[in-house]
Design a protein around this ligand. Structure first.
Ligand code: ZN
Length: 220
């Protein structure tokens, strides 16, 4: 398989970023040589080149925490790839979901990220809502909604959807964005209540790419 678009460094490697194909979270970064890329394309599982062991490395070969690769993207000058992945289990050898769980502060100091992670906004929101499950309902609106249960959340989703509808009809762009945010927030609270993950929601949406909206509605 000639991989002519690739621009290897003097050790025959390119950098690879593994990114969650649904949530957008960057899971890890490693290197790949030609063999690792070929194995990735052939098997649909992320392979890298281990610089410390100087050999081909199938991600998850010992931990079982593989990365299923949906697509591979190459940057403009050919020296960096993105594997768009479906992660199986945590991606970091420490047991963390992503390798990027520490933040460099302004002074160069290290801080554990907690919920304030490098994750994209919706994933941060989901993790924040999940953390609120263990908080005090008198201090957390999210916790009070979760405690009140599905009937209360149903009422809030409907109320916010109606407000969004009115904003769409006759209010400013800022109002539309703000009301849409309220809908998404309450919707995610409902998913957290039901333990349906944001990833499952996004998978539903992405499975519809390439399918017309009419077809999709007809298939339900
Ligand atoms: Zn790691």
């Amino acid at each position: 398989m000639p991989l002519t678009a690739l621009n290897y460094d003097d050790q025959g490697l390119v950098a690879v970023i593994a990114q969650d194909a649904e949530t957008g979270e960057v899971r890890m970064m490693a290197y790949a040589d030609e063999l690792a890329i070929e194995q990735t394309l052939m098997t649909g599982l992320a392979h890298f080149y281990s610089r410390s062991r100087q050999k081909l490395w199938k991600k998850g070969e010992s931990s079982g925490n593989t990365l299923r690769v949906r697509s591979v993207w190459i940057d403009c000058d050919g020296d960096t790839l993105i594997y768009m992945v479906d992660p199986e289990g945590p991606s970091c050898h420490t047991g963390a979901e992503t390798c990027f769980f520490r933040r460099l502060g302004a002074e160069g100091d290290l801080a554990e990220a907690g919920n304030d992670s490098a994750a994209p906004t919706l994933l941060r929101l989901e993790r924040t809502l999940q953390a609120r499950k263990d908080s005090d309902a008198s201090k957390s609106y999210t916790k009070s909604l979760l405690d009140a249960g599905p009937t209360k959340i149903d009422a809030k989703v409907r109320e916010e959807a109606a407000e969004l509808g009115l904003a769409l009809i006759g209010e400013s762009d800022d109002r539309v964005a703000s009301e849409a945010g309220d809908v998404i927030y309450h919707l995610l609270v409902g998913l957290v209540l039901r333990q349906v993950s944001l990833r499952d929601l996004l998978s539903q949406l992405s499975s519809r790419f390439g399918q017309s909206g009419h077809e999709e509605k007809g298939s339900r």
